[in-house]
Write a protein that binds this ligand. Structure first.
Ligand code: A2P
Length: 339
């Protein structure tokens, strides 16, 4: 019997993540019988390459989902809030990359290596977690399973591609202006991003944290199904195009040696350990860019607490942190006959 194939849509196809979703569907040979691309009215007339063809981009409307079986959304929260229920109602399974639906108790929030079983109860909307959360929960999953994690303190170093196409352009334009002696005026970000960094991703909330930091707290708890896990995050934007890095410090519920943690990580799905500091070997964003795995290094004992470990975690934020995770969710739905 031949493999069944699916009518698929990408919403936000002209964006940094949407464009990559199209590419990842092709790379991973997702069984597509027809692919339809949607964006705003501004993009009508554009086309994108897929399997050697140029596919037209259509304007997203309420009628876009007729006959579509799977839709990957990456067009921002406003579009997702409005159109994901329309698509779901039309019988289409939505995998949504925005934060609009992530904390809805009826919506599974899924990283396939971590909590694929959550997909079983879906009712046509599935949320793709925040990029910084995805790579952290992939890296910590084997340790959570082995000994339990009581507390996580994480600082992120996040690439501009997470903000979208215009932010990538802003960094490029600022670098070019500054090396040529011209001044710059920030537009997308609150500060100059070239040759700078700032601890400000998303809006500041009343508790002093940012939205991005609270996503890491709340989404980690939901994905692990562990409301008691304590998380303190500081999220920082840095002038890198692709690849988020994270300094992750954990306190485990039971003791675990560095050797055991390294052994568990080395065989965890989706994880690659690069940990030979004497040879300057540890993960860096330039090496992680374009890859789907999560890279872990600098694994060491934290001597300041009883059961402490520190590590460094890097992944491509628009691949594993967004497009590839969304396509992996679609693959898992197919494998489990959930679409
Ligand atoms: P468009 O290119 O037509 O503006 P990024 O995150 O890289 O900025 O990309 C955002 C994506 O979301 C783009 O594909 C953008 O399309 C799309 N988008 C933004 N607003 C809408 C909208 N109202 N309807 C459909 N797509 C939208």
């Amino acid at each position: 019997m031949g493999q069944r194939s699916y009518r698929v849509a990408v919403v936000g196809a002209t964006g940094a993540v949407g464009n990559l979703m199209v590419q990842v569907l092709e790379e991973r040979s997702f069984p597509v019988s027809e692919l339809k691309l949607f964006a705003s009215a501004r993009s009508v007339g554009k086309s994108l390459a897929y399997r050697g063809e140029n596919l037209p981009v259509y304007e997203l409307t309420e009628n876009s989902f007729k006959g579509i079986e799977v839709a990957l959304f990456s067009a921002g929260g406003t579009v997702s809030r409005k159109f994901a229920p329309v698509a779901a109602e039309a019988g289409c399974v939505v995998i949504d990359n925005s934060s609009a639906w992530r904390m809805d108790p009826k919506v599974p929030l899924v990283v396939p290596e971590v909590n694929p079983d959550a997909l079983e109860s879906h009712s046509n909307i599935i949320a793709n977690p925040n990029c910084s959360t995805i790579q952290m929960v992939v890296a910590l999953k084997p340790i959570q399973d082995a000994v339990g994690i009581a507390r996580i303190v994480v600082t992120t170093f996040q690439a501009v591609s997470g903000t979208g196409k215009r932010a990538i352009e802003e960094l490029r334009a600022q670098v070019s202006a500054l090396v040529n002696g011209r001044s710059v005026k920030p537009e997308i970000y609150p500060h100059q991003i070239a040759f700078n960094c700032f601890p400000h991703i998303g809006a500041f909330l009343d508790n002093g944290f940012t939205e991005e930091e609270m996503k890491m707290v709340n989404e980690t708890r939901k994905i692990y199904g562990d409301p008691d896990i304590a998380v303190c995050a500081t999220t920082v934007r840095i002038p890198v195009y692709y690849g988020h890095s994270e300094s992750v410090n954990i306190e485990t519920r039971a003791p675990i040696s560095v050797e055991k943690a390294r052994e568990l990580l080395a065989k965890a799905p989706g994880v690659v350990v690069i940990d030979d500091p004497s040879q300057a070997r540890y993960p860096v964003p330039l090496d992680a860019a374009g890859r789907d795995e999560t890279f872990v290094g600098r694994i060491r004992k934290d001597p300041s607490v009883e059961n402490g470990l520190a590590m460094w975690v890097v992944a491509d934020n628009i691949r594993k942190g967004a497009a590839s995770n969304a396509v992996q969710i679609a693959e898992t739905l197919v494998a489990r006959h959930l679409i």
